[in-house]
Structure formats: C-alpha cells, structure tokens
Design a protein around this ligand. Structure first.
Ligand code: PAP
Length: 528
C-alpha cells in the first residue's frame, strides 16, 4: 500500500502484498476503506505479522465500525476482551454451527433457500477450485477496467495469492492407490470429498450416525456421574465422557489401518501436549509438500489449527467424517485420546502403523485441564474435583496410570511401533525429540536438511508463541464431539511446574505419592 497520506493513490503504487504498518496519517474514512480492501485481499489470513490479538486488522476494523456507528468500545470493554468476543461471536465456524443457521427451515423472506446456503466455506480463494486460471485472468481484466480511475482496487482472483490448496478426492475411488493423488499427510480440513460428478460433499451429517448405531451398546456400559462434568462410561478398561464413547467404539471396531503407506496415530491424555505434537508431527511428516522454512505464511499451520491438520479419529467418527478419514492419502496422520486397549488389534499388530504417545507431569496436566474447562465454559467441576480426578479415576481416559502404562509397555515391547515422549523432555530438548519423531516415522532429516536448519524452522513454526498469535488459534470456536470450545483455549502458558501456583506442597506431595505407588516397579517415572 502506498504511504501517501491522502488518496487517491496511483494504482501502480498499490501493493498487493499487504498492509504497511509504517506510521501514516489517514482519515477515519480512508482507514476504513483501507482495512476493508485489506480484508478482501485476504492478507489477514496469510500474514503471520498481523495476528497479534487486539492489534490485528480485524480488531481494528471492529473498533472502527464501533466508532463509525457512534458506539466506540470503552476502556472497560477493551479490557474485558469485547473486541475479540465480537469476532468470535460472528466467526464463520461458530455461525455455521448454530442451529438457527442450519439446514432446516428458511430465513424470513427467502422462502425457497435453505438456511445453510448462507454458510458454505467462507474461505478466500475458493474460486481457484472452480475456474481455470484463464477465466480468472479474464474476470480480473474486466473488473480492473471497470474500476480504473475510481481509486478502488479490487483484489484479483489469481495472480499474487495462492488459494489454500484443497484436495478433491472422489469418495468412490479406491483410496490412495491410484497415481496422481497427493501424498499424505495433508491437512484434514482441506480434504473435500467429491462424488463422481465432482460435487462437493463436505456437509457433516446432521445426525452423527455412530451415536445412534452404538446407543444400546453404550447404555449397557458401566456408568458414573459423581464428581464428573458429565456422565462417564467405562469402555475397554477406561473411563471416558459419554459423548466421546460412540466415536471411540467406532475407532475400535471399524478403523481399518493402511497397509500401503502406513498410518501414524498421535495418542495422549487430554492436556499433555496433544496440540503441540500435532503441529510438530504434521510439520515433520509433511515437510516435503509444505516446507517449514522460507515463506511459512503458505504453510498449512499458518492458516489452520493443528487440530484441523490432524483430526481426532474418534471425533471424526462422531462427526460423520469417516469418508474423509478414508479419503486421506497415506501416510495418514491422526490422533486419539483413547487408551492403547482401544486401538484396533489390526493396527497394534501392523508394523506399518506407528503410534506416538505424549505424556505430561499430571499436576501440570490437571492445571491445564482446569483452565481449559473454564475457558470453554463447560466446566461444572470444582477445582477440588479436578484435583481429585486422578485418584478417583474421573479424569478423561482414567485410570491415567493405566492409560500411560498401556502405551509405555507397548513402547518397550515394540519400540519401532510405539514412540513414547514426555512433554517436559520435548520442551527441554526439542531438536533431539523432533529428530526422534522424524526417524520414527521413517523420514529422518538428511544432513543437508540439518545444515539448512530445518529442525530449527519446525521448532519456530510450532512454538507456542508463534501458534498462539495466529488467527486460527486465537479467534473463533471449534466443535469437538458436540462441544464448542474457543480455539484459543488450546494455547496458554506451556510451562513446566505451573502447578506450584495453584496447590500447596502437601497437595502435590500427596498426589505424587499416590502415583508413585501406581508406577512402582514399572520402570516408568514422570519428569518433574
Ligand atoms: P488437548 O489434549 O485438549 O488437545 P493439549 O494440547 O494436550 O490439549 O493441551 C494444551 C496444553 O498444551 C496447554 O498447556 P498449559 O495449559 O499448561 O499452558 C498449552 O499451552 C500447551 N501447548 C499448546 N501448544 C503448545 C506448543 N506449541 N508448545 C508448548 N505447549 C503447547
């Protein structure tokens, strides 16, 4: 953008590369027009510099809108995060998920248009999936002519921006055996299932079928209510929130591992570094297609949450996304919170299937969980109930010592199939652990890559500081097994030993002792 104080500016001076933050004086009207144009140009979604919450152009736009309509945000509202709340409230994913905007019924005045027709993809650059570059160039030319001399620069469809790559995969074709298909892993959210006529079929099923299919099975499982935020069920030796159980059963019973290019499953108890591991494993495994160095704004992790790149298998089953799981090219990268006993035998015994488990010091895990629940507003557990959830086996996936030992023992028996990591170790020596991940999945770093500093690039790309500042990770909500959680709730402090700020040494000692007994003689111990 030109640095002239007033417009119009020479058209040639308008740079499509984004917003210039160098100080300049603009009238509110100019600033508003500038921001609208920038929003249209989609730079907001691509430029990592712009994502600082509270300073992103989106936030500035909301403030300008508020001032424009005579209702500027007060200092108190700003302090309470009102701007971010407005953005979250109006975010595409959130609005699309609202019942009132779903398929049934039609909004007033649009008698024959289903409500969900107003909420489709909401992504910039989707036109690239529907028209040839020649058609796009012709359209650009027409608009350029029409707006010439008006001072209004319309974003072009094709030239400077690459649309996020979408992967159309025919639901009817055999998976991953044909040539010409993209090699995995690719971001799960980018997979579009097309029928043989080429029509997109991304709509999630309205009624998750696995919840119906396994209703009777679940009703017969041991049940527990006390001290839990929600009813829990015991399945294959572990306690899970009831709403996760259909997906977990489907994973256990229906999942077919790949023989051709293999599968990689990232496993963990909640709040042990799942999101981080997803980012790291994706960046490592997909580094051929998506280089983590250079123009990282093009990396999927710059526009998608790690959870959009690597799905929870059980959540995918719950959401009726089984076809997408099937369509994902090999090697597939997926995750689970289920215990080792839930992994289908065909997977546990398949040398081409790899499991990476991450555990964390339980005191920090509990504190992280407490914050996550509060931020997600589905908390009905007191702090004391959360703290007791390990000995009382009300933590998701409990008993946690069995969850951990299931994977620990498997890693000892089959170190080439199960890699066991600790959050604290990865934090302390990321290079070593990222190299371990790469080697384990059969993609060791070459000497040239090491020399080029690729591991360091992956560390930076996946750092809490970087991910936390990105829009997909701090704005909006995501639905995980029927519950809406803010994207930002997955990113907090990322520290070792934060528990000291919440519990007394006596409380900590008592939990340590309890777990010490459970792990006695197993060879496993936590890193403090
Ligand atoms: P999940 O199991 O529900 O997906 P998970 O990602 O395991 O959650 O846990 C979130 C924790 O990982 C948070 O820890 P804290 O509450 O103690 O801060 C979060 O900050 C931390 N985390 C998320 N991303 C990263 C990262 N890139 N590096 C380090 N820690 C991270």
């Amino acid at each position: 953008m030109a640095t002239a104080a007033t417009g119009p500016v020479p058209f040639k001076d308008v740079d499509d590369d984004g917003i210039d933050f160098s100080p300049r004086v603009l009238s509110p009207k100019e600033e508003f027009a500038d921001l609208v144009a920038s929003l249209l140009r989609k730079q907001l979604f691509m430029d990592g510099r712009l994502y600082q919450l509270g300073h992103s152009p989106r936030c500035r736009l909301i403030r300008l809108l508020a001032a424009f309509v005579g209702r500027p945000f007060t200092a108190a509202e700003e302090a309470a995060g009102a701007v971010a709340s407005v953005i979250e409230l109006c975010s595409f994913d959130r609005m699309k998920g609202l019942e009132v905007n779903k398929r049934s019924g039609t909004p007033g005045g649009y008698k024959s248009i289903p409500r969900d027709a107003f909420f489709r993809k909401g992504v910039n650059g989707d036109c690239a999936n529907h028209m040839s570059p020649e058609t796009a160039a012709r359209l650009d030319g027409i608009f350029c002519d029409k707006f010439r001399g008006t001072g209004l620069a319309i974003p072009t469809t094709g030239s400077r921006h690459e649309a996020p790559q979408k992967h159309h995969i025919s639901a009817m074709s055999p998976t991953n055996t044909g040539s010409g298909k993209p090699a995995g892993p690719i971001p799960f959210k980018d997979i579009i299932i097309s029928d043989d006529d080429g029509d997109d079929n991304r709509q999630q099923q309205q009624q998750p079928p696995v919840a119906d299919e396994y209703r009777d099975v679940i009703a017969a499982l041991p049940c527990r209510l006390q001290g839990t935020p929600q009813r829990m069920r015991l399945y294959e030796g572990a306690w899970y929130r009831e709403d996760w159980v259909p997906g977990i059963i489907a994973f256990h019973r229906r999942f077919v591992p790949r023989d051709d290019g293999g599968d990689v499953i990232l496993a963990s108890l909640p709040k042990c570094g799942t999101t981080w591991l997803k980012a790291l494993a994706f960046a490592v495994a997909a580094r051929g297609a998506y280089p983590p160095a250079g123009d990282v704004q093009r990396h999927p992790l710059a526009r998608l949450s790690p959870h959009d790149c690597v799905p929870f298998v059980e959540a995918a089953y719950f959401a009726g996304e089984e076809a997408r799981l099937e369509a994902a090219p090999s090697p597939r990268l997926m995750s689970t919170h289920a215990s080792y006993s839930v992994l289908p035998a065909s997977m546990r015994e398949n040398p081409r299937c790899k499991v990476i488990y991450i555990c964390r010091q339980p005191k920090d895990m509990l504190i992280s969980y407490w914050h996550f629940m509060n931020r997600s507003k589905f908390n009905t557990m007191s702090f004391s109930d959360v703290w007791k959830s390990i000995p009382e086996s009300t933590y998701f996936g409990s008993p946690i010592w069995e969850h951990i030992l299931g994977y620990w023992n498997a890693s000892k028996m089959n170190p080439d199939r199960v890699l066991f990591l600790k959050y604290e170790d990865v934090l302390c020596d990321p290079i070593k652990n990222i190299e371990r991940i790469a080697e384990f999945i059969g993609q060791p770093f070459s000497e040239a890559e090491k020399k080029a500093g690729i591991v360091g690039s992956i560390i930076n790309l996946c750092s809490l500081q970087n991910l936390k500042a990105l829009d997909p990770n701090n704005i909006g909500f995501r639905r995980v097994v029927g519950i809406e959680v803010p994207n930002g709730s997955y990113f907090r402090k990322g520290k070792v030993g934060d528990w000291v700020n919440y519990v007394t040494p006596e409380m900590a000692e008592s939990l340590d002792k309890f777990l010490c007994d459970k792990f006695h003689g197993t060879g496993f111990a936590f890193t403090d």
